[in-house]
Ligand binder design. Structure first.
Ligand code: ADP
Length: 590
């Protein structure tokens, strides 16, 4: 642009200069010729006025030469027949007749005449002025060579050329500076605009003038700053929104009006095994693999209203709560731009609900059985129908057994709820494992010996102590030894082994009992799960012993393993880290 403007300026200056120069030249030319004509005319009139009537014809040649010296002009006196009777330049004796000279002809007719033409006598281009006189000298003619004019023009032309040249240089120099002062900020503006277009928001133009371009640059800088601020704000908002959406535990998929995915958060990616790059701009109905979910979503989208459904999907199994929300523009709520679909995985919630329902049903059932039995026997005894004391005592024994079972059940339930409700272990202390286990074995020895079962202890010396609730730790050992005694026939053997590997305490309770078949192993730790219900009941089991063990082990940040072989025996292994911190997060499940 700068070059084009400069070329245009140079051309305009040159055209202006050429036109002005030519006009000046022709004006000067006209003026010069007019002046020359005036001068020659005045001089001829003066000469005419000064000519004495009594002059002899022979005087005119001398007269012409004298006047000519004074006024530096060729002077010719011509008679009626056109012959020269005096001439300052030419020898009149040999001069040609001038009758047919243009100016002479007119002057002979009594009028003033001028002419520019070639003079044969002088062999030059001349300018002639001829005026009429009286009979003797018919014409007085004054002439000057046109070469004077040409020289004059040349001089003038030289000066004009110099001044024009100088003017042109100055005009071009000033013009260039002016063009530069206009185009430079425009250049800056252009490059700043390009830079902004490339994403470098906040570009500035440095132009401090107060003219229109300065105002434009200033407005540009304000606009650029605003743009930068807005973009930064948008970026920040978008980053925040993305971070929020990404950290949401719900799966989020946003789709446009063509059902094409415009956003999917990591939870949804994980939920459906998708990758954002692969599914962006693809229809949600094409990428979901679960047919039922697909159909439900299709229906939800077709209904075009905000809705919610609950659906079970498979591979892997999940229960999902699906919400669809229409996205509308803030400034035009009637315009729908898409739909946000939110997926909440409520599988665990549903499982927990089912578990709680089952638990309540189980507890009710477990409580109801002994209570019905107790109630029945009490009714019978109250009726006084049983006269036999032996039978009455048997009934009382049954009532006693059932009450004890009830007490045991309630005790176990209380222990469970205690573990579940306490987020932190209470009564924390250092637990000497060996001492604890030895004391408990002593406690069980009496019951064991009744069944002729031997309890052996193999606890390594110098085991580090663990830190926690000692009653809970004891409960683990109690429940495991109790089960071993319960499910080991007479003459059996129980072994309790304790050692430390890699800062972990291993406690193994091993018996030579009835064992557990494989299919039951995975469910052993469920509440009220029993391999043989009747047997467990008969021997006073509550079905909660192992559930309690598992929950306490979790509280100690440990784990429990089972190895068992039917009719050979069972081994429960509890592993507790020595440095388990005392924080106990509940989250206990079956
Ligand atoms: P229960 O009160 O019925 O013993 P538990 O939760 O303690 O309930 O145990 C659940 C079930 O696991 C028991 O009913 C029993 O069938 C089986 N079981 C537990 N410990 C042993 C063991 N040492 N040997 C064989 N079976 C066992």
């Amino acid at each position: 642009m700068q070059r084009r403007l400069f070329v245009a300026l140079v051309v305009a200056v040159l055209i202006a200069v050429i036109i002005t120069g030519s006009l000046i030249m022709s004006l000067l030319r006209i003026n010069y010729l007019n002046d020359l004509e005036d001068k020659l005319l005045t001089n001829s009139k003066l000469i005419r006025y000064n000519i004495d009537e009594n002059y002899n014809i022979t005087d005119f040649d001398r007269l012409a030469k004298n006047y000519s010296k004074e006024i530096n002009t060729r002077i010719s006196f011509i008679d009626k027949q056109g012959w020269l009777i005096g001439d300052s330049e030419v020898n009149i004796e040999i001069a040609e007749n001038h009758f047919n000279r243009e100016e002479v002809k007119i002057a002979l007719q009594g009028r003033i005449a001028t002419a520019k033409r070639y003079s044969k006598s002088l062999d030059k281009n001349m300018f002639y002025v001829a005026i009429p006189y009286n009979n003797q000298i018919a014409v007085i003619r004054l002439s000057v060579p046109l070469t004077y004019a040409t020289e004059y023009y040349r001089d003038i032309f030289k000066y004009i050329l110099i001044s024009i040249g100088f003017g042109t240089i100055v005009a071009i120099f000033l013009g260039y500076r002016y063009i530069y002062s206009i185009t430079n900020p425009i250049k800056q503006l252009t490059s700043a605009t390009k830079s902004i277009a490339k994403g470098n928001y906040g570009e500035k133009v440095y132009y401090t003038s107060h003219d229109e371009i300065g105002m434009l640059a200033n407005s540009f800088n304000i606009m650029s700053k605003k743009l930068y601020d807005n973009i930064e704000e948008l970026k920040e908002n978008s980053t925040k929104t993305k971070a929020i959406l990404k950290s949401m535990i719900n799966g989020i998929i946003a789709i446009n009006n063509n059902n094409n995915i415009i956003f999917i958060n990591p939870t949804a990616e994980k939920m459906f095994g998708l990758v954002e790059e692969d599914v962006r701009n693809k229809s949600i109905l094409d990428i979901l693999s679960d047919e039922e979910l697909k159909n439900e979503i299709k229906e939800l989208l077709e209904s075009n209203i905000t809705s919610k459904i609950e659906i079970e999907v498979y591979n892997p199994y999940k229960v999902l709560s699906v919400y669809t929300n229409i996205i509308v523009l803030d400034n035009d709520p009637t315009r729908k731009i898409g739909v946000v679909i939110s997926f909440q995985d409520i599988t665990d919630m549903r499982k927990l609900e089912i578990m709680r329902k089952d638990f309540v049903a189980n507890v009710s059932h477990e409580l109801k059985t002994p209570l019905t039995s107790i109630q029945g026997f009490i009714e019978t005894l109250k009726n006084g129908e049983i006269k036999d004391e032996k039978v009455r005592n048997r009934f009382l024994d049954i009532i006693d057994i059932e009450s004890k079972r009830l007490t045991a059940l309630i005790k176990d339930l209380l222990i469970l709820s205690d573990i579940e409700n306490k987020h932190q272990m209470v009564s924390m202390q250092n637990i000497n494992i060996r001492k604890c286990i030895v004391d408990l074995i002593e406690m069980f020895e009496k019951i064991a010996s009744k069944k002729n079962i031997k309890i052996k202890e193999k606890i390594s010396g110098g085991l580090p102590s663990i830190y926690g609730n000692i009653s809970w730790f004891k409960q683990i050992i109690i429940n495991l030894i109790d089960n071993s005694i319960k499910y080991t026939p007479s003459g059996g053997k129980i072994e309790i082994i304790g050692y430390e590997i890699d800062d972990k305490i291993h406690i193994r309770v091993k018996d030579t009992g009835i064992g557990i078949s494989k299919e039951h192993i995975s469910r052993l730790f469920e509440r009220f799960y029993r391999v043989d219900k009747a047997r467990s009941r008969k021997i006073g089991g509550t079905g909660l012993g192992l559930a309690i063990v598992k929950h306490i082990v979790i509280a100690f940040k440990g784990e429990i393993k089972v190895k068992s072989e039917v009719n050979k025996g069972t081994e429960f292994e509890v592993i507790i880290p020595v440095n388990s911190d005392n924080l106990y997060k509940s989250g206990i499940e079956e």
